[in-house]
Every structure is written in structure tokens, then in C-alpha cells.
Design a binder for this molecule. Structure first.
Ligand SMILES: Cc1ncc(COP(=O)(O)O)c(C=O)c1O
Length: 449
């Protein structure tokens, strides 16, 4: 045990496990640094990705009914309540056309306490000490600690912004962020166990193309790897972007687990309902882990999530929700256009990246100790929250140390907020103009859009 694994107390040291020393688990996470409590009280929160509007009425009513009933409040089957597993099978089977049959609610679906706990359990079920897991950067930060807690070793392969992207370039498309297949292949070792794919992607908003997924699938098949496909934003694609499930590509069902989240689908991130879809060879060992940790996921909200999936098609809920998110996105794009700043237009998810390279703050600005030594994006997010009253999340947090410079140019704004809130944030953000580097006389450093 390392000497740093102790909490000193007056009655002697209290040691804790080595596991906590890896995966940045003990570092102050971005969510805490930019937590509402750490920021001025009236900050408009476009940082953490939770909605400031309620779940749909019929879904809330189903939750109320379940709470009012007796069985709705008891332990569920560890696989998940049968109504929800059936609803997942009914809703998603058409999207797993490769199977040519319905998903089996008994062996191919597992309800979990949010997508996070489902993914954690897959790692618990499949990682042996030293097994390597490939993450495309920027990666959803929770992956890192969850992999190291389960004795795995994260290996990083960056997504590259378009070569011509600059702060004065104007908006660019998330589709232009690309992975290099040679870089992916170079990252494979005899210890590689799994590749994680996240599409639609947080925070870039990229929706991986069929071609890209086919190339990743070829690497997975060649090296006999598992794939975890985190598709929690599957219902949030814009402008006709096609969401392709890597599990549906030839030879991929057997080695892929697909991750979903009722929190993202039904504006209920705090309900902590997620699910895994995959072959029995992946679901059964994962069930063993979930059963021995939470035993089962909270019962009444599983009923509500089931009602959500059952009722969504006839209400055209996901189509309407998609349009609403497109309108929300348009508000922020207009704000950034008015400022003349570059940003990345997402194809999916509810995040937009702003290029902050041209923002300057006073050299002697009093930044707190929590962000000293972190990237420029950390300073930007702190400064903007304090001086302008809008919070965002620094993107370098989603990169390993060696690649942080790629993310440091960007701040992530969440647009899962109602239009009035986004407009209010937009008015405040116009104050950023006074902190932008002066544009060169020839316009070389000035956006013209
Ligand atoms: C890419 C990604 N995966 C998983 C999750 C976690 O989903 P859940 O809230 O269902 O655990 C999030 C939440 O922000 C996410 O962005």
C-alpha cells in the first residue's frame, strides 16, 4: 500500500485502497469545481448535462402510479422489471435488424441503475488486472475511474479536430472530427480487451459514420476484442444524421454491448434508469455483477421508463423532442455567431463546443487554487461563470495529460435547457465580446459569419 493511501486522524491513520489512486478518482472532478454551489448564485448553468424541464407528463404519471401501488415499490428482478425489459425489446428490436428476430428480454437485456452503473458492471465482469481498454478522446470522464477501479488500464486514441480549424475559422462540423485507424491499430497490444465507442458523442456531438464504425469493427474482429457502444444519446441526432449501431454490423453482435439511458431519453437524469443490450455471453456475467452490487434497480421508475418507451411511438415523442433540441441548439449557435466566435456544430447529443482560443482575461485575474495548473479552458470556464454568469465545462478534462492541449481550446455548453434560459445565457454571453482578442485589420483573425 502506498504511503499516500491514508487519511490522517487524531486517533491514527485510516488507510484506503490503492484503487482510489488511479483514474483521477481522488482529483476534484470538473462537476464539483463548476458545481452551482461553487459559482455565483445566479449563474446560468450550461455546464452539467441535465435538463431544467420535466419528464413528459404521461411518464411522470406512470411513476406516480407505480409509487402508489404495492408491487411497484418492491424489489425488482435483478435483470430489471419484466415490463421494462419487454418495452425495451419492443422498442429497440427493429433497430437490431441484423438479428432478424426480437431481442430476448430474458437473456439479451439488462436494466441498470443508469448507463454508468451498467458500464461499470461490464468492466467488473470482463476486466482482469492489466487488461487494456481503448478510449477515444475526448471521452466521457466517468469511463476512466470506472475502468481503473476494475483493474483495467485505459489507453487513449484521440479524435482530431479538422486540420484547418481555428478560432477565426467560423463554425465547423462535428463530423470533421476524425479518428485515425492507424493510430487505433498502433494502440492495440496483446492486453487489449475492449474498445469503447460513444456515438452520438459527448462532448464533440459527432455521430460516427457507418464507414468509421466498420473500420473500428474490423479492428475489433481482427484482434478478438469486445466493444462497448455507449449510445445514450441515440434519440438525439440532428439534421438527418444517421445513427448506426455498431452491434448491427456483420460479426459484431456477439462482441458488442450497447448502452442506453432513460435519463437522456425522457429528461430524467436523476431517475438513474439505464439498460444494456447484448448477447447472453455479455449480459449474463454482467448480471452477476449488478446483482452483487445494487441487486436491482429502483422499481417505480422502471415502470415509468417502460411507460415512456411504450407510449413514445404513438405520441411521436422522439421526433418532437428532436425538433425541440434543434431549436435549443439554434439559440446557442446564434449567440456564438453574433459574437463572431468559432464553434463545433453537433450532429447529435446536447452539447456544443465553443472555441475559446481568442478570449483573454486580465493577467492578474484571481483564479482559485482548484484550477491552477489546469488548461486555459479551466480558466475560461471559471472566468465566464464569475464575470458573465454562465457556466460551461472545460473540454481538456476529457483528455489524458499528453493530449490535453487538443481539448484546451474548447469549452462545452449544454443546451438541454429551456429556450428562455438559453436566451438569457445568450444575452449574458454577449459580454464576452469585450474579452476577445482584437481582430487583425485584414480580417485574418476575425470571424466574418
Ligand atoms: C456519453 C455518456 N455516457 C453515459 C452517461 C451516463 O448516463 P446515465 O445518467 O444514464 O448514467 C452520460 C451522462 O452524461 C454520457 O454523457
Amino acid at each position: 500500500m502506498a504511503a499516500s493511501n491514508v487519511i490522517k486522524q487524531s486517533n491514527g491513520p485510516v488507510p484506503f485502497s490503492d484503487r482510489l489512486l488511479g483514474g483521477r478518482a481522488l482529483d476534484l472532478d470538473v462537476w464539483s469545481i463548476y458545481n452551482a454551489l461553487a459559482l455565483p448564485p445566479d449563474t446560468v448553468n450550461l455546464g452539467q448535462g441535465y435538463m431544467n424541464f420535466p419528464p413528459p407528463q404521461w411518464v411522470k404519471e406512470a411513476a406516480d402510479e407505480a409509487i402508489a401501488s404495492t408491487v411497484g415499490n418492491h424489489y425488482s428482478h435483478p435483470k430489471g422489471r419484466i415490463r421494462l425489459r419487454k418495452a425495451i425489446s419492443d422498442y429497440y428490436s427493429d433497430q437490431f435488424t441484423n438479428l432478424g428476430r426480437k431481442l430476448d428480454p430474458e437473456t439479451e437485456i439488462l436494466v441498470t441503475s443508469g448507463a454508468n452503473m451498467g458500464m461499470y458492471s461490464v468492466w467488473g465482469a470482463f476486466l482482469d488486472p492489466g487488461d487494456e481498454v481503448i478510449l477515444f478522446e475526448p471521452y466521457f470522464d466517468q469511463y476512466l475511474a470506472s475502468i481503473t477501479f476494475n483493474a483495467g488500464t485505459p489507453v487513449f486514441v484521440p479524435l482530431h479536430p479538422p486540420a484547418g480549424h481555428t478560432a477565426s475559422h467560423g463554425p465547423s462540423a462535428a463530423s470533421e472530427w476524425t479518428i485515425s485507424i492507424p493510430e487505433l491499430k498502433a494502440a492495440i497490444t496483446p492486453r487489449t480487451k475492449m474498445i469503447i465507442v460513444n456515438t452520438p458523442h459527448n462532448p464533440v456531438g459527432k455521430v460516427f459514420t457507418r464507414r468509421e464504425l466498420e473500420q473500428i469493427a474490423d479492428v475489433a474482429k481482427e484482434h478478438n476484442l469486445l466493444v462497448m457502444s455507449d449510445e445514450v444519446y441515440d434519440c438525439l441526432t440532428f439534421d438527418g444524421a444517421e445513427h448506426v449501431r455498431i452491434a448491427t454490423l456483420p460479426g459484431m453482435w456477439e462482441r458488442t454491448v450497447t448502452v442506453g439511458s432513460a435519463g437522456k431519453s425522457f429528461a430524467a437524469t436523476g431517475w438513474r434508469i439505464g439498460w444494456l443490450i447484448g448477447p447472453p455471453t455479455i449480459i449474463a456475467p454482467t448480471l452477476a455483477v449488478t446483482t452483487r452490487t445494487v441487486f436491482c434497480t429502483n422499481s417505480p421508475l422502471q415502470e415509468a421508463a417502460a411507460a415512456g418507451l411504450e407510449g413514445a411511438p404513438k405520441r411521436h415523442y422522439f421526433e418532437t423532442q428532436r425538433k425541440e433540441y434543434e431549436e435549443r441548439l439554434a439559440v446557442l449557435m446564434k449567440v456564438f455567431d453574433k459574437l463572431g466566435m468559432s464553434y463545433v456544430i453537433p450532429q447529435g447529443s446536447y452539447f456544443i463546443l465553443l472555441d475559446i482560443s481568442d478570449v483573454e482575461w486580465p493577467e492578474d485575474y484571481p483564479f482559485p487554487a482548484t484550477i491552477t495548473g489546469r488548461g486555459k479552458d479551466f480558466m475560461f470556464c471559471w472566468f465566464v461563470a464569475q464575470e458573465i454568469g454562465v457556466s460551461a465545462i472545460p473540454v481538456s478534462e476529457f483528455y489524458c495529460k499528453e493530449h490535453q492541449h487538443i481539448g484546451e481550446k474548447f469549452a462545452r455548453f449544454a443546451f438541454c435547457k429551456d429556450i428562455a434560459t438559453l436566451e438569457h445565457a445568450g444575452e449574458r454571453l454577449q459580454k464576452l465580446k469585450q474579452y476577445l482578442k482584437p481582430k487583425a485589420a485584414n480580417g485574418a483573425n476575425g470571424a466574418t459569419h
